[in-house]
Write a protein that binds this ligand. Structure first.
Ligand SMILES: O=P(O)(O)OC[C@@H](O)[C@@H](O)c1c[nH]c2ccccc12
Length: 385
């Protein structure tokens, strides 16, 4: 590694257009990345690219964009975030020596399913952004169905029933469980949930891993379902927030395992601006502590499923609400949503006892022939009041 660091230093200090940012970085891997960026820029320049052609400008912009990406990953890592937002290859190499070849391919396989989903989402969003630039989405916001009060609906339901308010999930399939409902009609499922007393609905919009879609979200909204709708997505870019809102979403999920503190703060601001309610999702103590240090979070989901391993354990909700953390949550008046792996009235009682005032449930109710009855079975009683 020592030798590699030297190469890193030498090349960057030789470079025609050295990026000063790399100079202060100590991480050898980042120095390697820095060298790669500079090589790309040097080659662009050698080709006469940096003179005037638009190709060169694009090239340079790509370099910059990529530098920023690397910096973001570094910051995320310091916050204990293991999920990398993109494969760590950077721009294509113009010079491929034996070392570079090895380094470029190393780590290019996602380390777990969450990382795979996030990498795919990143590519998907990049393509969608070209089709629907943010400027067009901002215009489309004016004609979007008005946002409804997601948090208010949860609070009202809890007050009315004395039981955790239900966010019922319209979910055809998942990577961990496969297809949950073969004969899947999203609008019918949504209406059945509403009839059963759900306070809000969650609609999966990821197509590749959950067989969901934005068409489903739109169709449910247009069918006149009154429950506020959560767009259940893997948000990696603020563009997705605007897109979700134009499709009729009232809420979105922000996953702390994927997003850095700064991303969360930035996205919370945008949510507020465009009328979306955010559920910030945590899975472990580190994510919980990070989120408790951020102001403005009103709704916090505790996922009982580890999205990296699929392991489900409902005692996770209890563990994260014990002691000081629970106290802080009460002080900040944050409403907690218990998420995943809830099947029986005993499960509901257990998470309620732990301190949740809302639950997010998919599998146990979407699998039932009649989802309205599924809700009754889940609570062990009618929750319509
Ligand atoms: O089907 P379940 O075990 O009841 O879980 C629902 C919901 O909690 C789960 O779908 C979920 C929670 N957080 C997520 C993030 C992404 C995708 C899915 C999820």
């Amino acid at each position: 590694m020592e030798a590699l660091m030297h190469i890193g230093f030498r090349v960057y200090s030789d470079s025609i257009n050295p990026s000063s940012r790399f100079r202060s970085w100590k991480s050898p891997s980042i120095l390697m990345e820095g060298r790669r960026t500079n090589l790309t820029c040097i080659r662009a320049q050698q080709n006469g690219a940096l003179t005037a052609t638009s190709d060169s400008l694009v090239e340079e912009l790509k370099c910059k964009e990529w530098e920023i990406g690397v910096l973001k990953e570094e910051i995320a890592a310091t916050q204990g975030i293991r999920i990398r937002r993109q494969p760590p290859t950077g721009p294509p190499l113009h010079y491929v020596g034996p070392f570079e070849f090895r380094l470029q391919n190393e780590g290019n396989t996602p380390r777990n399913i969450l990382e795979e989903i996030v990498w795919n989402k990143d590519t998907e969003v990049t393509q969608m952004k070209e089709q629907f630039p943010i400027s067009s989405l901002k215009k489309a916001l004016e004609n979007a169905p008005p946002p409804r009060d997601f948090l208010g609906a949860l609070k009202a339901s809890y007050l009315r029933t004395g039981l955790p308010a239900l966010i019922a999930e319209v979910k055809k399939a998942s990577p961990s469980r496969g297809v949950l409902r073969e004969d899947f009609h999203p609008v019918e499922v949504a209406q059945a949930y509403e009839k059963g007393g759900a306070a809000c609905l969650s609609v999966l919009t990821d197509a590749k891993y959950f067989q969901g879609s934005f068409e489903n979200l739109e169709a449910i909204r247009n069918a006149g379902v009154k429950c506020p709708l959560l767009c259940k997505e893997f948000v990696v870019d603020a563009w997705q927030l605007y897109y979700a809102r134009t499709k009729g979403a009232d809420g979105v999920l922000l996953i702390a395992a994927v997003l850095s503190d700064l991303d969360i703060k930035y996205m919370l601001k945008i949510c507020k601006m465009i009328g979306l309610t955010a559920i910030v999702e945590v899975h472990d103590e580190n994510e919980m502590d990070r989120m408790l240090a951020i102001d403005g979070i009103e709704l916090l989901g505790i996922n009982n499923r580890n999205l990296e391993t699929f392991e489900v354990d409902i005692s996770n909700t209890k563990k994260l609400l014990e002691g000081k953390r629970g106290e802080t949550i009460r002080q900040k008046d944050i409403l907690v949503v218990g998420e995943s792996g809830l099947f029986t009235p005993a499960d509901i009682a257990y998470v309620q006892e732990a301190g949740v005032k809302a639950i997010l449930v998919g599998e146990s109710i979407v699998k039932q022939k009649d989802p309205t009855k599924g809700i009754r079975d889940l609570f062990g009683k009618d929750i319509l009041g």
